[in-house]
Design a protein around this ligand. Structure first.
Ligand code: ZN
Length: 410
């Protein structure tokens, strides 16, 4: 069994390695404070006897050598960086639980055939350089040497300049991994949503990281005096926009309540004046689902809804698709193995999709990848109140531990 005291000790120590903020944790990738967090994790890795490697962009590995070191590695971990004023678990829990697995292996004198690598990815949140999943994207080769001069922080310093400061005195290896060197990647993460807690489920197994469609809708009407233009003679872009959103929300709830999410995160009116009929309404749509067909269906419905709104309100709706990201499917063999392992431990399991992006999404491009979700309090995340119980962390670690042992035999 995973040791809850050790999990607590790691999380609480890292919680306190923070730049000053409003009650949460601020440890932004590649800052001096981040280096302090990395030094703590490295010390813990060293204490278990792991061989430490740090790569050119700040990803850190702790390697437990297997009896057949030429076999590809089993890797587990997550990110060690945070957003500003974050909780103590997002990302960190996955690093700490993977480290605990190494301690358990050592404690129980278990020698794996494969190398087992604990990884701490850097700058997943993209808070420093505005590019999310930076560490893992260097590992897969999606980002490269050129990007070190292209990416700049808010002070105008390039990634290359920051890395020079950050890595002073540290021996680094190149970031890009040969896919042949990886057997599997497993990431444990808190759910960052309320489902596991609400359904009293121990373990979530991620099927997909969702497809995301992002659209901007601009509705053009005609401005007029709030008092003089009769209701029946208006081209009110504001009311048209409200109706549009309300219809689309009802449609999504009715057809896909369990399978998709729709978010209108921005909504603005022009000229935005209390006594003027709005001549323009602009809003964003963020549509997500584990099934990309559903995202396409909702986008199709947006287009037909635009025509209905045009007629009804005598306005012109412009529908612009800003981006579309395909879903990322987690490895089915690993998912089955996770499920069987969790059930053997007597834990309850639920399959779900991840509405947020994770390093696992990137790693799945080069190796078989799966994710374990553990419950978090009310789904609160990116907030000081984010909380995961030590018991739930231990359960997740036990699943990870047993899965790695099974995987090693294959
Ligand atoms: Zn995260």
């Amino acid at each position: 069994m995973a040791n809850q005291n050790r999990l607590e000790q790691d999380i609480e120590t890292l919680r306190n390695i923070s730049d000053p903020c409003d009650g949460g944790v601020t440890r932004i990738g590649l800052t001096p404070r981040y280096r302090q967090g990395v030094n703590y994790i490295k010390a813990q890795m060293q204490a278990v006897g792991l061989t430490i490697r740090e790569d050119e962009v700040g990803n850190v590995y702790g390697i437990m050598q297997g009896t057949h070191p030429t076999l590809p590695s089993i890797i587990s971990g997550s990110h060690l960086d945070t957003v500003k004023n974050a909780g103590a678990f997002d990302g960190i829990a996955g690093v700490v639980c993977a480290l605990e697995v190494a301690r358990m292996l050592k404690e129980q004198n278990i020698q794996l055939k494969h190398n087992y690598e604990v990884v701490a990815f850097v700058e997943e949140e993209g808070t420093h350089f505005g590019t999310v999943l930076l560490g893992s994207r260097y590992i897969t080769g999606e980002l490269n040497e050129v990007d070190k001069d292209r990416l700049r922080n808010d002070e105008g310093q390039t990634l290359r300049q920051i890395l020079q400061q950050y890595s002073t005195g540290v021996t680094t290896i190149s970031a890009k991994r040969d896919p042949q060197t990886i057997k599997a990647f497993l990431e444990l993460h808190d759910e960052q949503g309320p489902v596991l807690e609400a359904t009293k489920t121990d373990i979530g197994i991620v099927d997909n990281i969702v497809a995301i469609g992002q659209l901007v809708i601009t509705i053009t009407g005609f401005a007029g005096h709030a008092g003089t233009v009769p209701m029946t003679m208006r081209q009110d872009a504001g009311i048209a926009g409200c109706q549009f959103v309300s219809h689309l929300n009802q449609y999504t709830l009715r057809k896909y309540a369990e399978q998709a999410t729709l978010t209108v995160g921005k909504f603005s009116l022009s000229p935005n004046s209390a006594n003027t009929i709005p001549n323009q309404c602009t809003f964003t749509l963020d549509i997500r689902s584990g099934d990309e067909k559903i995202v396409h269906n909702i986008i199709k419905h947006v287009s037909s809804l635009a025509l209905i709104i045009n007629d009804e309100f005598n306005v012109v709706c412009e529908v612009k698709q800003v981006s579309f990201k395909d879903p990322v499917v987690m490895d089915s063999g690993l998912r089955q193995l996770l499920q069987a392992t969790a059930e053997d431990l007597g834990l309850s399991v639920r399959h779900l999709n991840s509405g947020a992006g994770h390093d696992a999404m990137i790693m799945s491009g080069i190796c078989p990848t799966a994710m374990i979700f553990i419950p978090c309090y009310k789904g609160i995340t990116h907030h000081p109140d984010e909380n995961v119980t030590w018991q739930d962390m231990a359960k997740g670690t036990d699943v990870l531990f047993n899965t790695i042992i099974q995987l090693d035999k294959k």
